[in-house]
Design a protein around this ligand. Structure first.
Ligand code: CU
Length: 160
C-alpha cells in the first residue's frame, strides 16, 4: 500500500485518483449494501480494472462496472457481520494504474438471530435470583417506612 502510493506520486499529474467511496472509508453500516461505489477524479477504463473484497468470510473478486468516473460492484448479500476491506486496481484514461484500499464495518440486524438464544438463558437466571430476595425487599420497605414516619413526626413535636 505504502509502496504503491510512493511509486504513484511522481506521475500523479493526469490519472484518476480516488475521490469518494460508498460506503465511505471507516464507515459503520447497519444494513448490508447492495453495491459499493468508487468515484474517481477522472474517467476509468473498464479493461484492466478490478475490485476485490476481504471480510470474515474470506476474499472475493467483485465484478466492476465502469461508467465514466464511477466504478460500481455488487456486494455479496451475506457479507454483513464484521470488518470488510475493498482493494481496487483501476486503469485511468491515460493508461496509468491507480490502486488502493478502503475499509468499513457492517453490523447488520440479521446477525441478531444468533444472539436470541443466549437472551433466553439470561431470563432464566434472572428468575432464579429474583425469587430469593422478595422478603428482603419487603423488610427494606418496612424499615424505610418506619424511618420515614419517624422523620415526618419530628417537625410537629418541635412546633409544640
Ligand atoms: Cu496518470
Amino acid at each position: 500500500m505504502v509502496l504503491l502510493q510512493v511509486v504513484g506520486a511522481p506521475v500523479a499529474t493526469a490519472h484518476s485518483e480516488l475521490e469518494e467511496t460508498q460506503p465511505a472509508d471507516g464507515a459503520r453500516l447497519l444494513k448490508t449494501p447492495t453495491e459499493i461505489e468508487l468515484i474517481f477524479a477522472e474517467p476509468v477504463r473498464q479493461e484492466g480494472s478490478g475490485i476485490s473484497a476481504n471480510g470474515p468470510q474470506g476474499d472475493r473478486v467483485l465484478t466492476p462496472k465502469v461508467s465514466g468516473q464511477t466504478v460500481r460492484a455488487q456486494w455479496p448479500k451475506r457479507w454483513q457481520g464484521g470488518k470488510f476491506s475493498v482493494t481496487y486496481r483501476i486503469v485511468s484514461e491515460d493508461g496509468h494504474v491507480v490502486a488502493g484500499k478502503f475499509a468499513f464495518r457492517i453490523d447488520a440486524k440479521s446477525t441478531a438471530q444468533t444472539i436470541e438464544e443466549p437472551a433466553q438463558d439470561s431470563s432464566v437466571s434472572a428468575k432464579d435470583s429474583g425469587g430469593v430476595p422478595i422478603w428482603v425487599w419487603l423488610a427494606g420497605f418496612l424499615v424505610l417506612a418506619v424511618a420515614g414516619y419517624g422523620i415526618t413526626q419530628i417537625p410537629p413535636t418541635k412546633d409544640k
